[in-house]
Design a protein around this ligand. Structure first.
Ligand code: FES
Length: 164
């Protein structure tokens, strides 16, 4: 076996190794990225949520809305439902009170009652005023508010949702 043959053999070995490595990277890296991608993504913990057109909201009458958020935590996806009421206090476009309809006692969903002119909680008979103050029952505090909101150019009311 000559020196020339050995170096040719080594060259083929090295070249085969390099080509094999490149093919492995081309095939393997997308697969690795696919596997770890969900873990790198943020969970979408805050966002502007459209709740309805302002023109559909009657002044003085709570306007119900609901939305669902999907939280991504690595490979786990969790959907949570949210609801609330938007109340126009006057004709002024920004004179709005937006309440979360989750009862501040044990998180049941309150409903607006036209008859009682109040939000009623079906779980332990709590009663909240149209501005969310506790009128009766065990809740320790008023209904939570969505304080950050905006109107789009199309007149759609959006609230700023931030995961608690
Ligand atoms: S959960 Fe609403 S009063 Fe208890």
């Amino acid at each position: 076996m000559s020196e020339q043959e050995l170096s040719r053999r080594d060259f083929i070995k090295v070249t085969t190794g390099i080509v094999g490595g490149i093919i492995g990277a081309v095939v393997g890296l997308p697969a690795v990225y696919y596997l770890i991608d969900p873990a790198l993504k943020s969970g979408g913990k805050e966002a502007w949520i459209p709740v309805g057109k302002l023109e559909d909201m009657e002044v003085g009458k709570p306007y119900p809305f609901s939305f669902t958020r999907v939280q991504v935590n690595g490979w786990e996806r969790t959907a949570t439902s949210h609801a609330g009421y938007a109340l126009r206090r006057s004709e002024a476009p920004n004179d709005l009170l937006i309440l979360n309809s989750r009862c501040t006692h044990l998180a049941c969903t309150v409903n607006w009652s036209e008859t009682a002119q109040a939000y009623l909680c079906p779980c332990h008979d709590a009663k909240f005023s149209s501005s969310g103050d506790v009128l009766d029952g065990p809740p320790p505090r008023p209904l939570d508010r969505y304080d950050e909101f905006r109107l789009t150019d199309d007149g759609v009311l959006e609230i700023y949702y931030r995961e608690a």
